[in-house]
Design a protein around this ligand. Structure first.
Ligand code: CP
Length: 308
């Protein structure tokens, strides 16, 4: 049974996560073969509420809902989340009209407030400051397509211990992978995320944190990075550039990974900062597979949450 709220990867257990990835694979195969597939959202509406910019998440949810038979509504930003009325009242209104809400906001607590106010509404985290679980679904589908089972595989994340790192670590350890995260001191994965992974690690997965990018990448099956300055941190840009410069994923760092290791990035990328053109444009790069898989995994997630 799928949860009615997907605010975090930890709302899934290992069996639900694996089921979602398997379903995404089926939906991907059907779409690629132009075969008709299930339409569990027929006659239903889904609200998309975005407080931050988005290309991939917004577009793929629009397409996903449409391909599952539903319709999206997109209340303008100035009325969407607590501008004119409380977050709770926005949720209570939407609960009367739509089956689900996909929310991109700032603090995870804002998302939690929204979800708590409307228990009948299915709520999906489309990125908060702390977590990005929909990205992690696509990342894990991409990894399993390329590597098969993740049990015993090593995934290295190099850079800021941000929302993308958090959800990737939660999901990949749940699937039995060893996740190594290399971040500068002061930019590590949040302690609350580390505790959550430790208490949910039932599949043999392991989390290791280091400040050394070479140690993290050594022998890894995949190397993942993200921008050094996330949305909302722009004022810290110059300082972050200086601090993160040794964490650039370039050909020399990729050479430390296992032969044939994958390069991953959630996009958008700042080429020349966290990754060189040489790496992101190399045959090792699966960044557009990750982007494509946002669609298939979100279709699977929506179908599961609709009870289909
Ligand atoms: N990776 C990701 O979430 O992309 P967008 O910010 O464009 O949605």
């Amino acid at each position: 049974v799928a949860p009615t709220q997907f605010l975090s990867i930890l709302d899934f257990g290992p069996a639900q996560l694996s089921a979602c990835l398997a379903r995404a694979g089926e939906l991907k195969a059907a779409r690629s073969a132009h075969r008709p597939h299930e339409r569990p959202l027929e006659g239903l509406h889904v609200a998309l509420l975005f407080e931050k910019p988005s290309l991939r998440t917004r577009s793929t949810f629009q397409i996903a809902v449409r391909e599952l038979g539903g319709h999206t509504i997109e209340p303008p930003e100035d009325v969407a989340l607590g501008g004119r009325e409380s977050i709770e009242d926005v949720a209570r209104n939407l609960e009367r009209w739509v089956a689900a809400a996909v929310v991109r906001t700032f603090a995870q607590s804002r998302l939690q407030t929204f979800a708590d106010a409307a228990p009948r509404l299915r709520v999906i985290n489309a990125l908060t400051d702390e977590e990005h679980p929909c990205q992690a679904l696509a990342d894990c589908l991409t990894l399993t397509e390329r590597l098969g089972s993740l049990r015993g595989r090593t995934i290295a994340f190099v850079g800021d211990g941000n929302n993308v790192a958090a959800s990737l670590a939660q999901a990949a350890t749940m699937l039995g992978a060893n996740v190594r995260i290399a971040s500068p001191k002061g930019f590590e994965l949040a302690a609350s995320i580390q505790v959550g992974i430790a208490s949910s690690a039932t599949s043999g997965g392991r989390l290791e944190l280091t400040t050394d990018p070479v140690a993290a990448v050594h022998g890894a099956d995949a190397v993942y990075t993200d921008v050094w300055t996330s949305m909302g941190q722009e004022a810290q840009g110059p300082d972050r550039h200086r601090i993160f410069a040794p964490y650039q994923v370039n050909a020399a760092l990729m050479a430390q990974a296992a032969p044939g290791a994958l390069f991953m990035h959630c996009l958008p990328a700042h080429r020349g900062d966290e990754v060189t053109d040489e790496v992101i444009d190399s045959p090792a790069s699966v960044v557009f597979d990750q982007s494509e898989n946002r669609l298939h995994t979100q279709k699977a997630l929506l179908a599961m949450m609709a009870g289909a």
